[in-house]
Design a protein around this ligand. Structure first.
Ligand code: DAH
Length: 338
């Protein structure tokens, strides 16, 4: 057997099917191949020639192995390229799965839309706040219980810095930077040191409303919130104001709407009263206006603040606040149409 002609045969071998590849393997790679036979012949070669002969057939073996790998690759490439060329380019493409807005985002946007119809713009402020914007400028007396540790997440090394406990801090930032008339809505995340339950969370969302101009009165506050309640929960929604206290408003009121989960009959969401609280509100305290260099003799204003989760729970009859942050796809998928 001539080694040189075997070399040529190996180098010139072409395959276009698995069968031909197998043919190559049988002929040059397997134990019974011609190369295997050549190794068998080593014994018959004279001592002087053995070394050179051994080297030659080892080279031949390496050549065959390299070629075999090359043929495998060639065959794979040709089969995959032939399958691509058979793809039907006229077929419609598959559907990419679409996500959806988180219900909190959807409600926030709806609230913004409703208030923008009556001239409110949108403003924002930082989630990490200083004492001035979160408390002092909002007229919290120095030892007010809301400043205490159980409610507020303070930064350990600096008692002046905290995670904002409400979006009322944005009122201050807007009034410090703008002159009336001001009509703004400030949605955002707020933080409180509370145990997590179906009705409370340490992270939630609020939207703050602020209207400051000449001659703004409590009547404007009432009509604005009544308009919002009807837009959000339907024409039949009733609204009531209960006297309350907030350091930054005087007078202050809590706003209830008729419970749209039980229709006013009583359920665990409305604590069997038929009414649910949706917001705190009031006339901006003159001290707060003065703290922001707005003359309380010239201007008056109203403010309100509501929890976005609460509005979403009422709107979709969701009875557990924790669902909003658990990211359970079975829950989130129900809001796909938003
Ligand atoms: N900041 C209050 C809270 O977090 C909500 C609030 C009440 C905001 C009355 C207001 C307001 O603007 O006038 O509970």
């Amino acid at each position: 057997m001539d080694i040189e002609s075997l070399k040529k045969e190996i180098l010139g071998f072409k395959v276009s099917s698995q069968e031909q590849l197998e043919e190559f393997r049988m002929k040059f790679i397997s134990r019974k191949s011609v190369i295997g036979e050549l190794f068998g012949k080593m014994k018959e070669v004279s001592n002087e020639e053995r070394k050179a002969f051994g080297q030659k057939i080892n080279e031949l073996k390496d050549l065959a192995q390299d070629k075999f790998q090359e043929l495998i690759r060639e065959l794979e490439n040709s089969s995959s390229s032939s399958s691509t060329s058979h793809k039907d380019l006229t077929l419609p493409s598959g559907f990419a799965p679409l996500g959806s807005s988180h219900p909190i985002t959807a409600v926030r946007n709806e609230i913004i839309d409703i208030f923008s119809k009556i001239g409110f713009n949108v403003s924002s402020g930082p989630e990490i706040e200083d004492d001035w914007h979160n408390f002092t400028a909002l007229n919290f007396p120095p030892n007010h219980p809301a400043r205490e540790m159980q409610d507020t997440f303070f930064i350990e090394k600096d008692p002046d810095i905290a995670l904002r406990t409400h979006t009322s801090s944005v009122q201050i930032r807007v009034m410090e930077n703008e002159k009336p008339p001001i009509r703004t809505l400030s949605p955002g995340r707020v933080f409180r040191n509370e145990a997590i339950s179906a009705r409370a969370h340490c992270i939630f969302h609020q939207v703050e409303g602020l209207y400051v101009d000449k001659n703004v009165s409590f009547v404007d506050l009432k009509q604005t919130l009544y308009f919002f309640a009807k837009e959000m929960f339907g024409e039949k929604t009733k609204i009531r104001f209960r006297p309350s206290y907030f350091p930054f408003t005087e007078p202050s009121a809590e706003i209830d709407i008729s419970c749209n989960i039980c229709g006013g009959d009583g359920c665990n969401i409305c604590k069997y009263t038929g009414w649910v609280e949706i917001a705190g509100s009031g006339m901006v305290d003159p001290n707060v206006l003065a703290n922001c260099n707005i003359d309380p003799e010239e201007y008056t204003g109203f403010a309100f603040g509501m929890g976005i989760e609460r509005i979403a729970m009422l709107k979709w009859q969701i009875n557990d606040l924790r669902l909003f942050t658990e990211n359970d796809i079975r829950f989130l998928e129900q809001f796909k149409s938003l």
